[in-house]
Design a protein around this ligand. Structure first.
Ligand code: IMP
Ligand code: MG
Length: 169
């Protein structure tokens, strides 16, 4: 598979996002990164290490895809930590229609955080169907094709590719 985004390009952009987030959140008392399982795991691990601030890491589970067909997002795992009063950054692998994020934001907002922003590694701008003012950080805008790697899967495979590639066929 030919890389759409190489490991070097990913590493460079993640470092930039981490520096930007560190500058924006410096002095905030309680920063929590909330990854959306499982696509964001690799990005979350790298991004957390690129943010030079004290922070907590947590996850929620949401599942919206069957193969390459997007459906209604279902919640499959809840937070471990209390996020009341915290500054939350939701960490997502990719925003396509925006349905997964809308579900995640509603669930997290009910827990009373002081603030919620979203950092997504990828976005398919042509396909986003809802307004997402919380989406403050985006790594790369890409085309509509289905991509895998660096956490993104097709039927659970390809997550461990060190780059992002277009799934052919
Ligand atoms: P949305 O709810 O339509 O925004 O879709 C977002 C979710 O669908 C992401 O969290 C991914 O899990 C999955 N997804 C969307 N596009 C792709 C893709 O190109 N490759 C792998 N997963 C994708
Ligand atoms: Mg996902």
């Amino acid at each position: 598979m030919k890389p759409l985004l190489t490991a070097d390009q990913l590493a460079l952009r993640v470092a930039e996002l981490g520096a930007e987030i560190a500058a924006d959140y410096r002095g905030q008392p309680d920063l929590v990164l909330v990854g959306i399982l499982r696509g964001s795991l690799f990005f979350l691990a790298d991004l957390a290490r690129a943010i030079d601030l004290p922070l907590r890491v947590d996850c929620i589970g949401l599942r919206s895809y069957d193969g390459t067909v997007g459906g209604e997002p279902r919640i499959t795992a809840d937070l471990v930590n209390d996020i009341a009063g915290a500054s939350v950054i939701v960490v997502e692998d990719i925003v396509e229609r925006g349905a997964t994020l809308t579900t995640a934001l509603a669930m997290l907002r009910a827990r009373g955080p002081a603030d919620i922003a979203v950092c997504s590694l990828l976005r398919k701008p042509g396909l986003v169907r809802v307004a997402l003012p919380e989406l403050r950080y985006v790594g790369f805008d890409i085309g509509p094709k289905f991509v895998v790697g660096y956490g993104l899967d097709h039927d659970e495979l390809y997550r461990n590719l060190p780059y992002v590639g277009v799934l052919e066929g």
